[in-house]
Design a binder for this molecule. Structure first.
Ligand code: AMP
Length: 303
């Protein structure tokens, strides 16, 4: 049996969120949190590298452990956990960041435990690109590297991000971030820009309008799952990436067919994540719920 372990570096956070449908303070969030839980529906060997502060509730750590997420790389440091506050208006695609408190991430020196240094699947979830790079440099010969980012890092660490882009197989951004990074308006041009900087393929998330995939081999567009109830879009991108990586690791081969299907599974996981605040909806899911929605998705997109 070939190795299908996944390693994820990203934020584990305490979020405060306001959407037109409600408001929550100090709830579990973070890119590594959403993506690891989402990936765990496809792969039972998902591990994270991240840091939290002493204030991080034990209940959150237990929740991740119960989900089977490997926490050997989760450091508990003196100081406060990363905190993010976001506010969404009726256009749910892009939040307004009220604050980003990096806290313990400011001095974090990521350390990949020896047993995880040969993980074949690596997801560099949204966090400081220098930390993403440090983790990647500790991993030996990964088979597939997916990298996500956001406007915060494009603005503050552009140089580091461009350096990192050369080392990844798939680079993920939302449409606003793709435009910010490239200075282009057209999304095909945005993707070409990222590929000219070394990314081997580019995925552009368009929220409720789906996702675009670009590579030298093929391009494709996948719509979002038709969803009537959205309560909190936070974590959609991370859940998408986790689902995609989970599916690709489960199939063990990034063929065109598997890549196309992974985009659909990613969209399905994102559609669940936004139905409730924090990771509530994801935690209540069974794998058969994912399959049911996948089949309904095929039905609504068949011509
Ligand atoms: P998304 O999937 O893009 O909605 O990501 C949502 C998560 O990203 C939230 O739970 C936040 O805690 C986390 N987040 C927000 N800003 C940052 C940042 N600058 N770096 C890393 N994670 C962040």
């Amino acid at each position: 049996m070939s190795d299908k372990r996944i390693l994820i570096i990203g934020s584990v956070a305490i979020d405060s969120i306001e959407t037109p449908f409600g408001k929550r303070n100090s709830i579990l969030g973070g890119s590594a949190t959403y993506s690891s839980i989402s990936a765990s529906f496809f792969n039972k060997d998902v591990n994270i590298v991240a840091v939290v502060g002493r204030d991080f509730p034990k209940a959150h750590t237990s929740l991740l452990a119960r989900r089977g997420i490997g926490l050997d790389g989760l450091e508990v440091a003196d100081g406060k956990t990363f905190r993010w506050k976001g506010n969404y208006r009726y256009d749910l695609n892009s939040p307004r960041t009220i604050y980003t408190h990096l806290n313990v991430f400011k001095d974090f020196k990521p350390f990949v435990p020896a047993g995880l240094r040969n993980c074949p699947y690596v997801f560099l979830a949204n966090i400081d690109p220098d930390l993403q790079d440090e983790v990647l440099s500790q991993v030996k010969g990964p088979k597939l590297v997916l990298c996500d980012t956001m406007n915060f890092w494009i603005q503050s660490k552009r140089k580091s991000l461009l350096k990192l882009m050369k080392k990844v197989d798939m680079f993920l951004m939302n449409e606003g971030e793709a435009r910010l990074l490239s200075g282009e308006t057209n999304l095909i041009k945005c993707a070409k820009f990222a590929m000219s900087k070394g990314a081997r393929s580019v995925i552009i998330k368009k929220g409720e309008h789906g996702v675009l995939f670009f590579s030298k081999r093929f391009n494709c567009a996948v719509p979002a799952y038709l969803l009537e109830t959205i309560r909190d879009p936070t974590g959609a991108g991370d859940s998408f990436a986790g689902g995609m990586m989970g599916y690709l690791s489960y199939k063990r081969k990034a063929s065109e067919r598997n890549l196309r299907k992974s985009l659909v599974y990613g969209s399905i996981m994102a559609s669940f994540a936004v139905e409730d605040f924090s990771v509530r909806r994801l935690l209540g899911l069974k794998r058969r719920d994912v399959e049911r929605r996948y089949n309904r998705f095929l039905d609504t997109t068949r011509f």
